[in-house]
Design a protein around this ligand. Structure first.
Ligand code: FAQ
Length: 328
């Protein structure tokens, strides 16, 4: 597994030296022309490794990401909200399925990916290691975390690896429903009783810093961006995605009369970019390396799901092995 555990460790230069220069040049020319790479095409080992790392982390983020909202299904305020939340959580798990399949095309098995998740070897998004204390937390996740995910995924769906692009296109279509559902839930609270307004403001205060972390470290600290952008896996830098998110969503948050817990946040007229207080990047490093408020609990839930579901997987594999098609 690439880079597991050692955050901010740059890709090793000698990983590129082993490649056949002519094949590498042809591959890079294809990328330059905007062609898509399919699993059976030649690709540099580092491209494969980086894609496995990124798609696998993304898949893990979807199944772990189902947990903070999932805990609210039984406590959702009303039947309509419960139905919508159940559908959303189910979608997120479905996204993980699509992404694990895309990563499998690169040669790493699903079993290995899941065992690396459970052992703590693989990373997943920082943001799902924080608790959802109230119903308003789920509304903020569904609106703003999904919004952040869409900013990232819409850009990268135009990327070079065909199975990942196809998965992202489908995921974005579903995420846009989540975003509408989340926006509706936040509007409901923000225009509701003083208690509801307070509840949603407090949730926003809790999620703001993790949301700023969500797009990854500042470009000057990012170790993978350069190579990923060269090969059109990542279609925008971490800072550009963060700026795009701020551009699109800060006005919408302010429109609801909510405040953002950063007194330095403003659009700089000269640069055309948002100025903001850097979130605590030491906290980010701790959280993505396993020491956030809920990392242990999140992985424990996954471990239990793995153990309890083993007999189902075994039974399915066995029945597949015994199944003979009528035409065979
Ligand atoms: N969390 O050099 P960079 C969702 C790590 S899906 C944890 O900048 P890169 C849906 C990074 O892995 C959310 N770790 O890395 C949903 C690397 O460590 P490594 C997930 C992070 O790859 C919504 C190190 O820091 N989305 O939310 C994070 O160029 C609602 C250095 O960083 C994706 O995974 C982070 N936030 O850029 C579900 C999208 N950021 O591996 C339920 C695909 C960085 O060397 C409810 N991934 N790190 O040990 C990407 O676009 C990129 O991988 C980035 C990071 C932008 C996340």
């Amino acid at each position: 597994m690439y880079g597991g555990g050692n955050t901010f460790e740059a890709p090793k230069q000698n990983e590129m030296q082993a490649e056949d220069p002519q094949k590498l040049a042809e591959f890079e020319a294809r990328i330059e022309r905007g062609e898509k790479i399919e699993p059976s095409d030649w690709m540099p080992a580092l491209y494969r490794k980086q894609l496995i790392r990124m798609i696998e982390q993304h898949a893990h983020s979807e199944i772990i990401g189902a947990l903070p909202e999932g805990t609210w299904i039984t406590r959702a305020p009303g039947f309509r909200r419960k139905l919508a939340l159940m559908a959303k959580v189910q979608d997120e798990v479905g996204h993980a399925q699509l992404l694990y399949s895309a990563a499998e095309t690169l040669g790493k098995s699903r079993e290995d990916m899941l065992s690396d998740l459970i052992s703590g070897k693989s990373k997943y998004s920082n943001i799902f290691n924080y608790p959802a204390f109230t119903w308003a937390d789920t509304a903020v996740i569904a609106w703003l975390v999904d919004a952040g995910a869409i900013v990232n995924q819409l850009a990268n769906s135009r990327g070079s690896y065909a199975p990942y692009s196809r998965a992202l296109e489908r995921i974005c279509a579903e995420e846009s429903f989540h975003l509408k559902y989340g926006h509706h839930a936040v509007i409901h609270l923000a225009t509701g009783t003083p208690t509801q307004r307070k509840m949603v403001q407090e949730a926003l205060n809790r999620w703001w810093a993790p949301l700023m972390h969500f797009f990854g470290p500042p470009d000057k600290m990012s170790v993978h961006t350069e190579v990923l952008m060269k090969w059109k896996v990542k279609m925008a830098t971490n800072d550009d995605m963060r700026q795009q998110f701020l551009d699109m969503y800060v006005p919408k948050i302010w429109e609801l009369g909510l405040t953002i817990p950063d007194e330095n946040l403003r659009k700089n007229e000269e640069t055309g970019k948002w100025d903001y207080t850097e979130p605590d990047w030491e906290e980010f490093k701790r959280v993505i390396n396993g020491d956030g408020p809920l990392n242990k609990e999140r992985l424990a839930v996954r471990r239990i799901a793995e153990e309890r579901g083993r007999w189902v997987r075994n039974a399915l594999l066995k029945s597949e092995a015994n199944y003979v098609t009528p035409l065979a």
